[in-house]
Design a protein around this ligand. Structure first.
Ligand code: RUB
Length: 319
């Protein structure tokens, strides 16, 4: 495997590259790099090398379905060309082109979601956000750029503190931001008009998997009758799901939660560190996709349109 691909995989694993949309674009680019650097002339070897690279990339982060869907987007076309007898140059071209198309569509989705989502925000609105989602922040920034005076509450997002990235991004835009600890959400939610968040995966029943803490925040918002808006491209919809709970939730190193020193002092303590949680569709008012706004209960229609219910006999990266 090309060294640059190995580096990208390790950067995704270590969260130097993070956020589901960016992860999707990065793995698509990684396949293009691998294809371009392939030295041989044998098409069977080429296909097997690209599939192996895809399987390696899948192992980096299990929850973000954008990763799998980006690989699927490229590999389905590569497999079709291989079966129809394409030569090595054509196969390389197909991988490069589908990788570019995926990235272009992803950037376009950000623009469309920002445009459509920002229409829900009025002058003077207060917005609550969690973690650091490019799609959610796209909506907030667009509303600000359109001249709406808004105020944002960003929670810290323990343990990795993505709330600080969000605060910096919004401050750089000149947006009024207040940083709070995660556990203060219920105090400030009463002031908010909307909770705007992203997604790592959307299940067929409309459940949304996003950074741990999203489910609690959405429950609090539901109780306070505050709108919960999820910003998610259609490639965040998980074709294998019929229930949100079936999506694998990544569990990360416990030393993101506790220092090694404290861990030693607290002899016998157990520590858990799930990176994501599942918000049920009842707590979500709308999902903003690049194709339009949908009720979470309509997620199954998006899946059907895109993947034909996703009942794959075989994944495109399997040999
Ligand atoms: C990031 C996270 C984001 C989603 C959506 O988690 O939960 O809300 O990935 O982001 P992590 P985007 O920091 O563990 O990757 O809208 O940019 O795809």
């Amino acid at each position: 495997m090309d060294k640059r691909v190995l580096q990208l995989a390790s950067d995704i694993k270590d969260m130097k590259i993070r956020g589901a949309a960016k992860i999707g674009r990065t793995v698509a680019e990684a396949l293009k790099i691998e294809a371009e650097s392939f030295k041989g002339k044998d098409t069977t070897e080429f296909v097997s090398d690209i599939k192996k690279t895809a399987r390696y990339l899948i192992e980096t982060r299990p929850t973000a379905v954008s990763l799998e869907n980006a690989l699927r987007y490229v590999l389905v076309e590569m497999n079709k060309s291989y079966k129809s007898g394409a030569d090595i140059d054509e196969l390389k071209r197909v991988v490069g082109k589908t990788s570019d198309d995926f990235c272009e569509n992803s950037n376009l989705a950000l623009e469309r979601i920002s445009d459509m989502g920002s229409k829900r925000i009025k002058d003077g609105d207060v917005i609550f956000t969690h973690c650091n989602s490019s799609m959610a922040l796209g909506i907030i920034k667009k509303a600000h750029r359109d001249g709406k005076k808004i105020k944002v509450y960003a929670d810290e997002t323990r343990p990795r503190l993505q709330g600080l990235l969000t605060s910096k991004e919004l401050l750089d835009e000149g947006i009024d931001v207040t940083l709070i600890v995660d556990s203060a959400a219920r105090i400030f939610i009463k002031e908010a008009n909307h909770v705007i968040i992203g997604a790592d995966a959307v299940a067929a029943n409309g459940a949304v998997v996003n950074k741990v803490g999203t489910a609690t925040l959405s429950a609090i918002a539901h109780e306070a009758r505050v709108n919960v808006i999820v910003a998610a491209e259609t490639y965040k919809f998980n074709p294998h799901t019929f229930s949100g709970e079936l999506i694998e939730i990544e569990e990360r190193d416990i030393f993101e939660v506790i220092s090694k020193e404290d861990y030693k002092k607290l002899k016998g303590i157990k520590v858990r560190n799930p990176a994501f949680d599942v918000t049920p569709p009842e707590f979500i008012d709308v999902i903003v996709t690049e194709k339009g706004l949908i009720a979470p209960q309509a997620a199954i229609l998006v899946l059907k349109e895109t993947y034909g219910l996703g009942l794959f006999e075989k994944e495109p990266w399997e040999d």
